[in-house]
Design a protein around this ligand. Structure first.
Ligand code: UDP
Ligand code: MG
Length: 318
């Protein structure tokens, strides 16, 4: 039996690029069907992430033109990770494998063939890994690579240069569905599920049209979310730092007592001010890090739904 593939594509304000890339996704789907790799029931599923432009209208008209296109719409913009999750959960019971990919054509669509072949030879998860970033600007490349290194240093283990272009079998998704956390960082969570995995490599291209939704500010936010969702290493670092500082303070105390006894107690205004400034700023950073975790706990205990689907193109057919 040929596997049913669902290609999951999150879209947020992508009216410029969708008309260009949608036919390319369809071409790739037909190509894999012609090769006999996947079932004719395979679909391309767009997830509209509360777009404010005509993205959802484009998705609806695509689904009318061709039965291979289907779409779901989130009730409002919830972000890329939630959009991908909504698509994966929606597809889980309808297919054998899913491939998630951005809609902007940056990720090489043709390596989907390799991903499916990897599945057919036994992998349950296949990561799409960028093997170079020639087309990214120097700044984007440096910050993006720094992002992966920093994540790993902080204990959030992610696959270097892998973002959210990956194949996951429905078998893995059913286990993944038990990871109930609301703070999502999919690329760090998927490896935690386990199962046999492999990687395929591709060259990252430029966006076909439209603009990136991930400027430095959002990348930093994603990095902080990733670290605090996956690892408690920053908290350990605070404790380790606290221990280090206690030792230094102990030495300082001995020095102060000895100085007092010896009678060498010159007015030390500058050193006191410097110590207060340094220590209070460090304390504030530490409280901030702890606060970040408390914020995460707050969001987790509320256990709000991770996505809300407001419309489906398939419903309209009925
Ligand atoms: N995206 C989304 N919701 C958002 C922001 C982005 O669904 O709030 C989608 C977007 O349409 C695209 C993908 O996530 O398909 C990746 O976004 P983008 O290309 O802007 O990021 P970059 O590739 O520049 O990191
Ligand atoms: Mg992009």
């Amino acid at each position: 039996m040929k596997p049913i593939l669902y290609i999951i594509i999150p879209c947020y304000n992508e009216e410029k690029v969708l008309p260009i890339t949608a036919p390319l996704f369809l071409e790739q789907l037909s190509c894999m069907q012609d090769k006999g790799l996947i079932s004719s029931k395979s679909k391309i599923m767009f997830v509209d992430d509360g777009s404010k432009d005509s993205t959802w209208d484009i998705i609806k008209s695509l689904s009318i033109d061709n039965k291979s296109f289907i779409g779901i719409a989130q009730s409002r913009n919830r972000g890329h990770q939630n959009a991908v999750l909504a698509g994966l959960m929606e597809a889980m019971d309808k297919c054998d494998i899913t491939i998630s990919i951005d809609c902007d054509g940056q990720d090489d669509i043709s390596v989907m063939t390799q991903m499916v072949e990897e599945y057919l030879s036994g992998s349950e998860v296949v990561y799409g890994v960028r093997n170079n970033r020639k087309t990214d600007t120097f700044f984007k490349r440096a910050t993006a690579e720094g992002f992966y290194k920093f994540l790993n240093m902080m204990g959030a283990e992610v696959i270097f240069n892998h973002a959210d272009y990956r194949m996951i079998s429905s078998k893995v998704l059913k286990e993944f569905a038990n990871f109930k956390e609301v703070n999502l960082f999919l690329r760090g969570m998927v490896p935690l599920v386990g199962f046999k995995s492999s990687s395929v490599y591709y060259e990252r291209k430029e966006r076909f049209a439209g603009e990136s939704h991930y400027p430095l500010r959002r990348m930093l936010a994603l990095a902080i979310d990733g670290i605090t969702s996956l690892s408690v290493k920053p908290l350990r670092l605070i404790s380790a730092f606290g221990i280090g500082m206690s030792i230094v303070s102990g030495i300082g105390l001995v020095w102060a007592i000895v100085s007092k006894i010896v009678g060498f107690t010159a007015p030390g205004w500058a050193s006191i001010v410097a110590a207060i400034c340094l220590l209070s700023s460090i304390q504030l950073i530490c409280i901030g890090i702890i606060g970040e975790y408390i914020g995460k706990i707050y969001l987790e205990v509320k256990n709000r739904p991770r996505y809300i689907i407001s419309e489906r193109t398939e419903d309209e057919e009925k």
